[in-house]
Ligand binder design. Structure first.
Ligand code: ATP
Ligand code: MG
Length: 420
C-alpha cells in the first residue's frame, strides 16, 4: 500500500480533518483500486465531521451534494476531493434511493450501507485497512459479494444488480453464488431504475467488453426485466454466449489492444451481429438505454458489415462502403471478423487497410472540382448536388479518375446525355 502515492491535495484534506479532531479515511472504489494496483480516478474521503463542520474547516468548498452529506473541497481546483460524512440510510421505498440519510454514524455503519465487500473498505491515514466484511479476501478470490443479506440489498436499490455485473466485467471477477441468485430473484426491481442509470452501467460493461460476463448477461435475463424489454437483444446475448470459448477469447485479445472507444464500438456492434435490422435496432437500443446518439449509426453499420463475407467484396463495393460508412465502422467490422477467427486464410483488418489506402475519395470534398467550377458550367440549385453525387459515383466506380479535367469531361458528357 505504502508505495501507492496518494495525491497531495487528498493527503492535505485528510490531515486538515484530523488536525481539527475528526476521523478521516479514504473509502470505496479508491481503496479497492489501490489494493488491486489499478489506476484510481477519484479519491473519496469519509469523516465523522458533519457537513457544516467540513464547510467551516476548509476555505474553498462546493456544496452540491450536501443533502447527502458530501462537500467537495476545491483547495486545489485541479484535484477536487469529495468528503462525505459517515452516514447510515433508512427505508428504500422507491427501490433506488434511501428515504432518509442519517449522520452521526460510525465508520462501520457507513461501510455496511455500501454495496459490495470490495467497495466497503476504508484506508486510514496511517495505512491501515478497515475491512469488516472480508473485502480483501474477496479481492484475492476475485469475487463480487454483497454486503449483508443479498436479496435485501438488491431490493433496497436495484441498480446494484447491474453494478455487480459491471464490476465483474471491469475487474474480470466472478459473482458469488448467493449474491447472483439474489440478483436474478430481485431483477424485476430494475423496472424502477431510470434508463439513464441502466444505460450507464451497460456502457461501462461495453467498454470492458461483454465476454467476461456473457454467461451472466445470457442467463441473468436482466434485459427482459426492463420497463420496455428488448427481447431480441436478450436472445442475442444467449446466442453470443454459445460462441466457442476460443473465439470469444480471441475477440477479447484482438480488442484488448485497441483504444477503449474502439472496444466500446465493437462490443455494441457485436451485440447486434445477429439482429434482423441492426441499423434500426442500434437506434432503438441507444435511445432505450439513453446512451447518446453519437455512435448509434456507427454501431449499426459495424454490425451489418461484420456479418458479410467482406473478403469476397469486389473493389467497387469496398469503395462504396468506405465512402458511405467511413473508415472506422468498416475497420472495426473487419477486426470483429478477425476477432472471431472466421477465416484463417484472410486477415480482414489488413484487407481493409489495403482498400482504405487506395480509396480515391472519402467525401465529395475530396473531388477535384469545386461548386464554383460546376456553376461556371451553368449548373445551379439542386443540380449542383446531383452533379457532385454523379461525380462521386463515377470516381468510386472507376468510370472517371479524380482529376479536374476528367471530371469536367465526364460531367459535360453526362449533361449532354441528360443525366443531370
Ligand atoms: P468507479 O470506479 O466506477 O468510480 P466506485 O466503486 O468508486 O467505482 P462509485 O459509483 O463512484 O463507484 O461509488 C463510490 C462508492 O460508493 C462505492 O465504492 C460504494 O462503496 C458506494 N456506492 C456507490 N453506489 C452505491 C449503491 N448503489 N449502493 C451502495 N453503495 C454504493
Ligand atoms: Mg468512484
Amino acid at each position: 500500500m505504502a508505495e501507492r502515492k496518494i495525491p497531495t491535495a487528498v493527503q492535505a484534506v485528510l490531515q486538515t480533518l484530523q488536525n481539527n479532531g475528526y476521523e478521516a479515511v479514504l473509502v470505496g472504489g479508491c481503496v479497492r483500486d489501490m489494493l488491486l494496483m489499478r489506476p484510481v480516478h477519484d479519491y473519496d474521503v469519509a469523516t465523522n465531521a458533519i457537513p457544516a463542520e467540513v464547510v467551516r474547516i476548509f476555505d474553498r468548498t462546493r456544496g452540491t451534494g450536501i443533502k447527502h452529506g458530501t462537500v467537495t473541497i476545491v483547495s486545489d481546483p485541479e484535484c477536487p476531493v469529495e468528503v462525505t460524512t459517515y452516514r447510515s440510510e433508512t427505508g428504500y421505498s422507491d427501490g433506488r434511493h434511501p428515504d432518509s440519510v442519517v449522520f452521526g454514524a460510525t465508520l462501520e455503519d457507513d461501510l455496511s450501507r455500501r454495496d459490495f465487500t470490495i467497495n466497503a473498505m476504508a484506508l486510514t491515514p496511517t495505512g491501515q485497512i478497515v475491512d469488516p466484511f472480508g473485502g480483501q479476501g474477496d479481492l484475492a478470490s476475485k469475487r463480487i459479494r454483497a454486503v449483508g443479506i443479498p436479496t435485501e440489498r438488491f431490493q433496497e436499490d436495484s441498480l446494484r444488480i447491474l453494478r455487480a455485473v459491471r464490476f465483474a466485467a471491469q475487474l474480470s471477477f466472478g459473482i458469488e453464488t448467493i449474491t447472483f441468485q439474489a440478483m436474478t430473484e430481485t431483477k424485476r426491481g430494475l423496472k424502477r431504475v431510470s434508463r439513464e442509470r441502466i444505460g450507464q452501467e451497460f456502457a461501462k460493461i461495453a467498454r470492458a467488453s461483454w465476454w467476461g460476463v456473457m454467461p451472466l448477461l445470457a442467463s441473468g435475463g436482466f434485459l427482459s426485466a426492463l420497463e420496455e424489454p428488448l427481447p431480441d437483444l436478450q436472445l442475442h446475448f444467449e446466442h453470443l454466449a454459445s460462441i466457442p470459448k476460443e473465439r470469444q477469447e480471441n475477440w477479447n485479445a484482438t480488442f484488448s489492444k485497441t483504444s477503449t472507444h474502439t472496444r466500446w464500438l465493437a462490443s455494441w456492434g457485436t451485440w447486434l451481429l445477429y439482429d434482423k435490422s441492426p441499423e434500426q435496432t442500434a437506434k432503438k437500443l441507444f435511445l432505450r438505454l439513453a446512451v447518446g446518439k453519437k455512435d448509434m449509426q456507427a454501431v449499426g453499420s459495424i454490425a451489418s458489415i461484420a456479418r458479410e463475407e467482406i473478403a469476397l467484396w469486389p473493389k467497387s463495393r469496398w469503395r462504396e462502403v468506405l465512402f458511405q460508412k467511413g473508415l472506422v465502422p468498416v475497420q472495426i467490422a473487419a477486426k470483429i471478423r478477425d476477432g472471431f477467427a472466421l477465416n484463417h486464410q484472410v486477415n480482414y483488418d489488413k484487407l481493409c487497410s489495403l482498400f482504405a489506402a487506395e480509396q480515391p475519395i472519402w467525401s465529395r470534398k475530396d473531388l477535384s472540382v469545386t461548386a464554383a467550377q460546376l456553376m461556371a458550367l451553368g449548373l445551379a440549385g439542386e443540380r449542383i448536388g446531383q452533379a457532385f453525387e454523379l461525380l462521386c459515383n463515377a470516381v468510386l466506380s472507376g468510370e472517371s479518375n479524380n482529376t479536374k479535367t476528367n471530371l469536367i469531361k465526364y460531367l459535360k458528357k453526362s449533361l449532354a446525355e441528360g443525366r443531370v
